[in-house]
Design a protein around this ligand. Structure first.
Ligand code: MN
Ligand code: MN
Length: 318
């Protein structure tokens, strides 16, 4: 089994910072065939419409992930002893071209999925989810999705017909048949809105939106029970925008919205993904230039670890 470097052996501030101190395995390495869950960086923010910076996310997330230890303190899950996890490196984007970056990402994830690896991605802005879903749907068909965000990312277009931004990925994913909208739930939606065009689209295709008012009224366990019922037992993608979390806890992001969940609730929702048939997951929109303390990135990798624990349970049961 691939094991992370322990803080008992080498201090956490020393060494090359791979995700969670796991071995780095490139797509051309022979050992790729032994990897079951691959942690991947997508350093690209070509879809950003407001404050940029998530292209620097994977570096900062890797650095803060050296704080992650081997055992989940709440569930006792030790994911690295259940399945082979590795850092597969970064997708090389083309910062000068949205179209080329989308193609490069899908080509990368096609290889990952062909090797039988379940991807856990660190973004990047939320447009990164679209090329990943294109690869995932090739293998699994239209998937369900549990999506944490303060925004629906379901808009038709920006700036006069621009269809590929971080505000549009899931509109495209539904149109392209990558998502089964009746198995999609969006949790935490809030903030001032342009209009209801995105929500009208969600209603028209059967996407369930759990806005922040309902989230706080019902509480995490009840909301997550419904989310898991909507996703069902079919193949499901988990997409986690760090701006789901209140900016008091996660200020390092481009489009923050106040009145959100605490860092504890942010971990709790990810922990309660147990039993979901997760075929891929991402954590996006961490923007290091706005994350002076590194605390947003640390919360981001802590959420990734909670998702990884449930992914390891899921993969080991297959
Ligand atoms: Mn988003
Ligand atoms: Mn968002």
């Amino acid at each position: 089994m691939f094991q992370p470097v322990s803080g008992f052996e080498l201090p956490r501030f020393a060494g090359v910072p791979t995700f969670m101190r796991l071995p780095h395995i490139g797509l051309e390495d022979e050992a790729l065939n032994d990897v079951q869950i691959g942690l991947i960086g997508a350093p690209w923010d070509g879809g950003t419409t407001n404050r940029p910076g998530p292209r620097h996310g994977p570096r900062q997330l890797r650095d803060m992930s050296t704080m992650i230890r081997a055992q989940n303190a709440a569930t006792s899950i030790r994911p690295f002893e259940m399945v082979n996890c590795a850092d597969l490196g970064d997708v090389g984007p083309n910062p000068a071209s949205v179209d080329d970056s989308l193609s490069r990402m899908t080509a990368f994830y096609d290889k990952v999925l062909a090797a039988g690896i379940v991807p856990l991605t660190a973004g990047g802005d939320h447009l990164c989810s679209l090329p990943i879903l294109r690869s995932i749907a090739k293998k699994h068909g239209p998937v369900g999705m549990i999506h944490f965000d303060s925004h629906t990312d379901l808009y038709e277009s920006y700036f006069g017909g621009m269809q590929y931004t971080h505000g549009t990925p899931f509109r495209r994913a539904v149109e392209e048949g990558l998502l089964d909208p009746k198995r999609v739930v969006q949790i935490g939606i809030r903030g001032t809105a342009y209009d209801w065009e995105d929500r009208a689209f969600a209603d028209s295709v059967g996407i369930r939106i759990i806005a922040i008012e309902e989230f706080f009224e019902r509480g995490v366990p009840d909301v997550m029970r419904e989310a898991k019922a909507i996703a069902g037992q079919g193949a499901t993608y988990v997409s986690y925008d760090i701006d789901f979390v209140d900016p008091a806890f996660a200020p390092g992001t481009g489009t923050p919205e106040v009145g959100g969940p605490t860092s504890y609730q942010a971990l709790q929702v990810a922990r309660m993904l147990d039993g979901v048939n997760i075929v891929g997951a991402d954590l996006v929109e961490v923007s290091p230039p706005f994350d002076q303390s590194g605390g947003t990135a640390f919360l981001g990798v802590s959420i990734m670890f909670e998702m990884l624990c449930n992914m390891a349970m899921c993969v080991s049961e297959k």
